[in-house]
Design a protein around this ligand. Sequence first.
Ligand code: NDP
Ligand code: 2IT
Length: 446
Amino acid sequence: MKKLQGVYEDVLKRDANEPEFLQAVKEVLDSLEPVAEKYPEFLEAGIFNRIVEPERQIIFRVPWVNDKGEVIVNRGFRVQFNSAIGPYKGGLRFHPSVNLGIIKFLGFEQIFKNSLTGLPMGGGKGGSDFDPKGKSDGEIMRFCQSFMFELARHIGPDTDVPAGDIGVGAREVGYMFGMYKKIRNEFTGILTGKGLTYGGSLARTEATGYGLCYFLEEAMKNIRGRSFEGATVVISGSGNVAIYAAQKAMQLGAKVVAMSDSSGYIYDKNGIDLDAIKKIKEVERKRINEYLKYHPDATFTTGCNNIWTVKCDIAMPCATQNELDLNAAKTLVANGCFAVGEGANMPTTPDAVDYLLEKGIVYTPGKASNAGGVACSGLEMTQNSMRLSWSFEEVDAKLKTIMVNIYRTASEAAKEFGYENNLVVGANIAGFMKVARAMLAQGVTY
Ligand code: NDP
Ligand code: 2IT
């Protein structure tokens, strides 16, 4: 009988209608079985039961007025999951699919990810079912202001520091920061991912994608003696994470041949022109098939999940959860892919993860390999507290050190518990240990 089976069954009963949260919890608890065996004090102190229940979940009404003068009501969330090792920290997602279960899965993952960075940050996540697509700039601003009007009551530089995620970038962070400052009449590092003119950190825009490549490069070198040099790469998504993963992969000598958005994917056998992607996605906020206007010899295929049929050496899912399933994993492996590095959170389904590990593919779980974003956010908080800013090179060097350290920590934990090269088990255990020890030291707090 597994020691943590009862913990999972309780979550299953309570949160039966939150499939993504259950998926994330099951993976972590499965990894932690040997820890429960080795450290009975964690079970005795109820650490496992406590860690799967958020400290606080806030759900609120977000009313705003659209350009036609109509009143629209969205739902806002902030899940403050765990503050054992630092203030709650994690992004805000604006996407129509957002619900409590999605925010809980992301907040839960964030606990372990933030712990792995080695920086003092607890886990949290928030967002709204607001759909930014097709909205005017004025509508985005009014929505962000209304969202922050409520969120401001619950956050603070030493309490909870949100940032971006899907649908939330520098523009949204700017509008939210402005509203917070107006409400509180104070200028503090209340959000990360801020613009460079008002407290943002250099390299935060690039950090998640760059960090993913630093992590994957280290994993490929150690596990398979391979690298990005000369490799063909496929990257899903064309947002913040995907674009800068592509940029770093290219700098490291790879050729990126396919990228996607929710409408479909483009394939360019000559290698993706990233300037064109940036113009379409970051400036014009248009659909990815516009790429064909710049490169008529490229192809566009409807249906984003088919991107995994494109032959590649390295795949980097950087769009959303459960976007790479067992069929996709089988196709990738059959086509000779030897590494899958996750930029998104939980993009690979559990059966696909098992398959990739079974086939000896270098597989890096998001909570380790996409930790560069939040790590750089941690560095932004540090710079804000010190009231100074570091150069791009300084932040990038720190980011690289952090990513290599996360690889080593996760890899050593995996080895210690008899799961060599299984970074899922390694990242979950290494991330958990620090939080569990802090919770144990702080007693059963009410
Ligand atoms: P963006 O909003 O910048 O980009 C998201 C990209 O993914 C877009 O190309 C979008 O296409 C696509 N996408 C979103 N939802 C879906 C969907 N349901 N199906 C198919 N494609 C989809 O977000 P980010 O790049 O910031 O985030 C991407 C992933 O990385 C997320 O899983 C996020 O949680 C994770 N992450 C982000 C970090 C960050 O610092 N930003 C840090 C760590 C992880 P479309 O435009 O058509 O919607
Ligand atoms: O999933 C993530 O780690 C993020 N969206 C970044 C969070 C942050 O606080 O920078």
